[in-house]
Each structure stands twice: as structure tokens, then as C-alpha cells.
Design a protein around this ligand. Structure first.
Ligand code: GUN
Length: 263
């Protein structure tokens, strides 16, 4: 099933679940940037929430805000029992330490899954694993290669695949090409999140490989993944209309989980 159809199906299930809830789960998004791409993501999240019937609010703060003032705003929402999920959209302005902000969000409300004590799993990794599982792909004993080591995707994805008993290798921008090719030749699952349009060409991949493309690269007004499209493999997630949709779906699943845990 395409990711688009899978997400439509999953959202319909969530909508039915939310309809049965007397009080609706409530997501709060803080945005501290004027970034066009970020605004597109935030609008997508707000649209998804409306579709599923959960509440969502956006607070835009000035990019000149100090770290201490941002943490004060987070604290108010941490303590507000009317808010079940809280996310601070990345990136943040230079004067603010991203790690300090991740730590400032109440782990019970951390629906991004960024806090080390978060009750929730990071959205992009969980979205990917849930979709692949739906597609009948198993992880135990498989060679999984994760290209990219970001805190949002590469590292948590490697951790989640490890917990599913895959043999996980993390590669990155400093990996030597001959080593990259060696690992790709043996890979059953390749997840790429390196931010480099068309980096993965497929010539070293097995025909039975699964390719998950997390890249979002803007070029001449269009979106491209980190892999060349239409590789000769068993399954490849498209860009656009791929992992981004899975991330947003998982955010709502995490919100419902946070709501059900209670605060
Ligand atoms: N910026 C890019 N992706 C994400 C995400 O999943 N969550 C947040 N908070 N910021 C992001």
C-alpha cells in the first residue's frame, strides 16, 4: 500500500478513536523561527490534527527571545493540565541551545520523543518501523544501514532498529565511499537521512533491499529525497509523500498515547 493510502487509513482509525473521547487530546506547538520549511511542517501538523479531531494550538515566539524566556513559556505549558502534548519546532535561533530545550519539555508531554526520559518514541523512527511492519517487513537478523547520525532521525532510528533485533550500522558523511559500498551491498534495509539530493544511486543495492528515504531537499522549487527515485529494489519510500507523512501520523499517535497516560 502507498504511504499516502496507509496514512489515510490510519488517520481514519484515529478519528474514530478520538470521536469516542469526551475530552479531546490537545497538542501545543511552539515555533521560534521564520523558516519557510518549518512553517510548512507546522501547517501540515495543524491540518492533520484538525482532520483527526484533536485540538492543536500554535504559539509563535519572536526569534530574539532568550533561552530563559523560552523555558518560562515551556514551563507554563508543562504545568497546564489542559495541554497533553507539547512540541518545540526545530530549528531554533542561534542563542538557544536545542538540547536544553529538549530537556525542558515535560517528558510526559514530549510527543516528539526527544527527551531522554520521554514516554514516547521519536516520531520519524516509529513512523518508519510501523509502516514497514504493516508492509510485512521484519527486522530480526536483517542488516540495516542507517545513513545519517542526527539526533532527530539517525540515532533514534538506529536505536529502534536495534531494539527490533536488526544488525544496525550507522554510516555518515565522513564514511569512505568504498566502505559505504561494502555496507550497502550487504544491506536488507537502508534508511537514508543525510540531506544530500540523490546521494543513494542504488548500484550497490540488492534487488530485495528496502529503501527508506528521509531526505527533504529543495531544489528549484521542487522536493527531492536523498535517494534517486525509482531504484530497482523491493520497496522504496517516495519523496514527497513519504516519511514526512509517517512522522506527522506518529505525532498524533504519540499525542493520543500521552493523553491516555494522563498527567
Ligand atoms: N523539525 C524538523 N522535524 C521536526 C520534528 O519532528 N519535530 C520538531 N519539533 N521539529 C522538527
Amino acid at each position: 500500500m502507498t504511504i499516502k493510502d496507509y496514512v489515510v487509513m490510519e488517520k481514519a482509525k484515529l478519528k474514530t478513536l478520538v470521536e469516542s473521547m469526551p475530552v479531546k487530546p490537545h497538542l501545543f506547538i511552539i515555533q521560534v523561527n521564520d523558516d519557510e520549511a518549518s512553517t510548512t511542517y507546522v501547517n501540515g501538523k495543524l491540518r492533520d490534527c484538525a482532520e483527526v479531531g484533536v485540538r492543536a494550538d500554535l504559539m509563535k515566539l519572536p526569534i530574539t527571545i532568550s533561552q530563559a524566556d523560552l523555558i518560562k513559556e515551556i514551563d507554563k505549558l508543562n504545568k497546564n493540565p489542559d495541554v497533553h502534548g507539547l512540541i518545540v519546532q526545530m530549528p531554533l535561533p542561534k542563542q538557544i541551545d536545542e538540547e536544553a530545550i529538549k530537556f525542558a519539555v515535560n517528558p510526559l508531554k514530549d510527543v516528539d520523543g526527544f527527551h531522554p526520559f520521554s514516554k514516547m518514541t521519536a516520531c520519524t523512527p516509529k513512523g518508519i518501523v510501523d509502516y514497514l511492519t504493516f508492509e510485512g517487513i521484519t527486522f530480526q537478523g536483517k542488516n540495516a544501514v542507517v545513513i545519517g547520525r542526527s539526533n532527530i532521525v539517525g540515532k533514534p532510528l538506529a536505536k529502534l532498529l536495534t531494539s527490533k533485533n536488526a544488525n544496525v550500522t550507522i554510516l555518515h558523511s565522513k564514511t569512505k565511499p568504498e566502505d559505504m559500498n561494502f555496507y550497502l551491498e550487504h544491506a536488507d534495509i537502508v534508511c537514508i537521512a543525510i540531506g544530500h539530493k540523490g546521494f543513494l544511486t542504488g548500484e550497490h543495492l540488492k534487488k530485495t533491499a528496502v529503501v527508506v528515504d528521509v531526505g527533504i531537499n529543495r531544489f528549484e522549487g521542487k522536493l527531492y529525497g536523498d535517494a534517486e527515485p525509482n531504484l530497482n529494489v523491493a520497496l522504496q519510500t517516495p519523496v514527497p509523500g513519504g516519511v514526512g507523512l509517517l512522522t506527522r501520523l506518529t505525532l498524533i499517535k504519540n499525542l493520543i498515547e500521552a493523553y491516555q497516560h494522563g498527567i
